[in-house]
Design a protein around this ligand. Structure first.
Ligand code: PLP
Length: 390
């Protein structure tokens, strides 16, 4: 008999020390993110890959065996759909060289109109399973919108702390879901500090990137969908807009799980961390050959989701980039804004600035011959362009 979830335990991403997953956890005693582990052997014996992917309607919770919620009654859902993988190879006609195929994975179609819905759907569901009632998150906007929507759906309270220059459209969205919204004069790490200093007193559970273990689990569904959409053959290259890096780490983790299950063929994708030139700590660490990233001083970019001067998951991001034979690359605000306009006009896709950055980086990578002409490329559009104030 198959189980709803094959989750077994948590493991420190650096030391490998284990921790139980049947109680509330944050990060490891050594101060590093936890990774959730599953009984993949039993799963491969008890669940058939093609039946797994043929479940209808398609969508997020169909992948429940590789998600952390044990009891289906705890699933909090807002109707997460499989997001489309849209081929935009026509734009390649203007780019010298011939590529296999170029796609955009468009996450603007998810609840709350960004990929942050995936992480929060899993994290809020699991938190509810483990008894959390008060949720808190520091956010550049989209994670806060997703947390407050899923918390509302689950009947939990939420507090969101954002920098005071966050897009007004998203601040309004957060207010409408009924969250307590606090804006401060500072960056995302200052918002995180604000929550840490008050969490004990108010009984808040902190959903900060990688400081709770399950947002990345939800984001693994990006790779599960890609696997199904590309007939179990990983794309050659994935360009991912990297702030805290949850999605990049999650996609890499998910491909490993699929490989271990024996469900995919061929080499795993090269993972490309795309950052803004005004805040590129991962790019600097990658170029310097470091295993961790130093904090980036005076971070500035219009792509607010990429304005993360110090990522808690820096080692995991860099490990994913290196292990996959990928690279890290920065684009200027001018390049990413121009990419947004070009994508809208040439393909009809209104990507957010962070998502458009991946297309800008793709073009730079082609120019510098960093990817091969035979590659099948996925640019990850993390949210709807309607959420950018300008
Ligand atoms: C639209 C958008 N894209 C990308 C990112 C960066 O995501 P991650 O923290 O997974 O690197 C964010 C984070 O706020 C975002 O809102």
């Amino acid at each position: 008999m198959s189980r709803f979830s094959y989750l077994t335990h948590l493991e420190c991403s650096e030391s490998g020390a284990t921790a139980p997953s049947d109680r509330l956890q944050t990060f490891s005693e050594d101060g590093f993110p936890f990774l959730a582990r599953y009984d993949l052997k039993a799963l491969s014996e008890e669940v058939d890959r093609d039946r797994w992917s043929a479940r209808r309607p398609s969508g997020f919770w169909n992948y429940h065996e590789l998600l952390p919620v044990q009891d289906p009654a705890n699933v909090v859902s807002l109707g997460e759909t499989q997001t489309p993988l849209i081929e935009i190879s026509t734009v390649l006609e203007k780019i010298p060289g011939r590529f296999g195929k170029l796609y955009v994975k468009d996450e603007g179609r998810l609840p709350t109109h960004s990929f942050k819905a995936r992480g929060m759907a899993a994290a809020v569901s699991k938190a509810r399973e483990l008894g959390v009632t008060h949720c808190a998150v520091p956010s550049a906007g989209n994670a806060g919108a997703a947390l407050s929507a899923y918390a509302a759906r689950a009947g939990l309270t939420s507090v969101v702390v954002c920098p005071n220059d966050t897009h007004e459209t998203i601040l309004n969205e957060i207010r409408q879901y009924g969250a307590e919204l606090i804006t401060i004069d500072g960056l995302i790490q200052d918002c995180g500090k604000y929550i840490r200093e008050r969490a004990g007193e108010h009984g808040w559970f902190d959903f900060s990137t990688l400081k709770e273990p399950y947002r990345i689990e939800g984001k693994k569904t990006i790779a599960f969908e890609l696997a199904v959409q590309l007939d179990w053959k990983p794309p050659s290259v994935i360009f991912y807009p990297t702030g805290g890096g949850t999605g990049l780490i999650a996609i890499w983790k998910a491909y490993h799980e699929l490989k271990e299950l024996g469900w995919i063929d061929g080499p795993l994708p090269r993972m490309i961390a795309v950052q803004a030139a005004g805040c590129a700590p991962i790019v600097k660490a990658w170029e310097d050959g470091d295993i961790k990233a130093g904090p980036w001083p005076d971070a500035t970019t219009r792509a607010l989701g990429l304005r993360v001067p110090a990522a808690f998951g820096d080692r995991l991001i860099l490990r994913g980039v290196r292990e996959s034979d990928g690279f890290a690359i920065a684009v200027s605000d001018e390049e990413l804004s121009a990419a947004k306009t070009e994508l809208a006009r040439e393909t009809g896709l209104l990507c957010c600035l962070e998502g458009a950055a991946t297309y800008a980086a793709f073009k730079v990578a082609v120019e510098r011959s960093m990817i091969s002409e035979a590659d099948t490329v996925v640019c990850f559009n993390s949210g709807s362009g309607l959420k950018d104030d300008a």
